[in-house]
Design a binder for this molecule. Structure first.
Ligand code: URA
Length: 421
């Protein structure tokens, strides 16, 4: 198999066969194909796309470069949930415990944040002591006991994705629907749950900027999962505005606990109930209406919060945060951004809010950057809300940055409003 022939075929929009795709993935993963040739092929994919069949074969070839989990020791239906990521997205911390409280098992591997988007593993590491790197057998023990666990991506699963993803990051080849599909689905298929719920985000804070592209990605991922016998559903949700009120690692864990303890209603609560119900329905637990009732009851009864508490404990973390969120990292400095006049909020750009949070220390620009777990933003306003002069629109938090001049300017820039006279 000649790699230059493979690059040329994709460059000219000709379909690759299974053997060619498998040789490409195998050759790159074992180091026989150098970065520069793989980069050329990735760019050809960005420019010309792949057929659905090519995307599926690429996904399965990537999955097969590592271990495929054996979940047979878990005595029930397993379900994985994936969000394509965004700003303030703490839904995994909420819907995993809800689904587990309703009798399904949620073994989940997650990633770290990069750029303006957050990552679930960073959020969990804001809990003192929480070990995100449990050995796989211990991880499965936790899932069997509580129904839910999240660890960071294992090196043993999908090594091809790790290598290809870092090359894509460095070569401007991230934003390709077939490449995103194969990256996400290879990891989901290696995790090997019975069911997969895919929450595909669109809007300013998401990878997919338009609703149409998010639908295309969702449909492709759904087909790729179903073709190998998984129950798979993709839903498309809005990431034009940040999700919930809190952005930043410890702040988001606090909000997740507030939702699970029934203290926080609103759009985040509604989204989490909807997503949990979709997971339960996919797992065969009843009609959507039944599943919504079950999810609401999991919060109202306190069962979902107890599951999060026990899971944190089994991971070595300080589970007292589930009853007292002041035990989470607290910021040394804070600053209230106030309205200069009476105004009506029209929109809040989530990418800009994500970038401001990063500036405050909550995220990383390069993989090696250290995170300030206490940093982030608390939004005190919503779209459509009328805010009076001098009222706080949002609070900026940080332990590493005490000068808020630039972050306040950027945060205000993210808010579109009309003056009310
Ligand atoms: N998340 C992934 O895991 N891979 C992508 O390519 C994009 C988002």
């Amino acid at each position: 198999m000649n790699i230059i022939d493979i690059i040329n075929k994709t460059k000219h929009g000709k379909e690759l066969n299974d053997a060619e795709i498998e040789a490409l993935v195998r050759g790159f993963t074992n180091g026989e194909i150098p970065d520069y040739q793989m980069s050329a092929w990735l760019m050809a994919v960005c420019l010309n796309g792949l057929t659905d069949d090519e995307t599926a074969i690429l996904t399965y070839a990537m999955r097969d470069t590592g271990k495929v989990m054996d979940l047979s020791c878990i005595g029930g239906t397993t379900i994985d949930k994936h969000s394509t990521g965004g700003v303030g997205d703490k839904t995994s911390l909420i819907i995993g415990p809800i689904a587990a409280a309703c009798g399904v098992y949620v073994p989940k591997m997650s990633g770290r944040g990069l750029g303006h988007t957050g990552g679930t593993i960073d959020k969990l590491e804001s809990i003192n002591g929480y070990n995100t790197q449990l050995a796989l057998d211990k991880f499965l023990e936790v899932v069997s006991e509580t129904g839910f666990s999240i660890i960071s991506q294992s090196e043993m699963l999908c090594p091809a994705d790790k290598l290809i993803y870092s090359l894509r990051n460095a070569t401007g080849t991230v934003d390709s629907i077939p490449l995103i599909c194969s990256s996400i689905m290879s990891k989901k298929l290696a995790m090997n749950c019975d069911c997969i719920l895919l929450d595909v985000k669109y809007g300013s804070g998401a990878f997919m900027k338009t609703y149409e592209d998010a639908c295309r990605l969702g449909e492709l991922m759904e087909r790729t999962g179903k073709a190998v016998g998984k129950k798979c559903r993709a839903i498309v949700t809005d990431m034009n505005i940040p999700l919930g009120k809190n952005i930043g690692n410890a702040l988001e864990v606090r909000e997740a606990v507030d939702v699970l303890s029934g203290q926080c209603r609103g759009s985040l609560y509604d989204l989490c109930i909807g997503l949990s119900a979709d997971m339960l329905e996919l797992a065969g637990k009843g009609t959507n209406a039944d599943c919504i009732r079950m999810a609401e009851n999991a919060i109202a009864s306190g069962k979902a919060l107890s599951i999060l508490e026990r899971t944190i404990e089994l991971h070595g973390g300080d589970s007292r945060i589930c009853r007292d969120t002041s035990l989470l990292p607290q910021p040394r400095y804070s600053y209230n951004v106030r309205a200069a006049h009476n105004m009506k909020i029209i929109s809040i750009n989530s990418e800009e809010i994500g970038m401001t949070s990063l500036l405050l220390g909550a995220g990383r620009i390069s993989k090696e950057d250290k995170i300030d777990m206490s940093a982030g933003i608390v939004m005190n306003c919503e779209c459509g809300q009328i805010v009076g002069e001098g009222e706080t629109i949002m609070t900026l938090c940080s332990s590493v940055c005490s000068d808020f001049t630039e972050s306040a300017r950027r945060a205000l820039n993210a808010v579109k409003f009309v003056k009310i006279l």
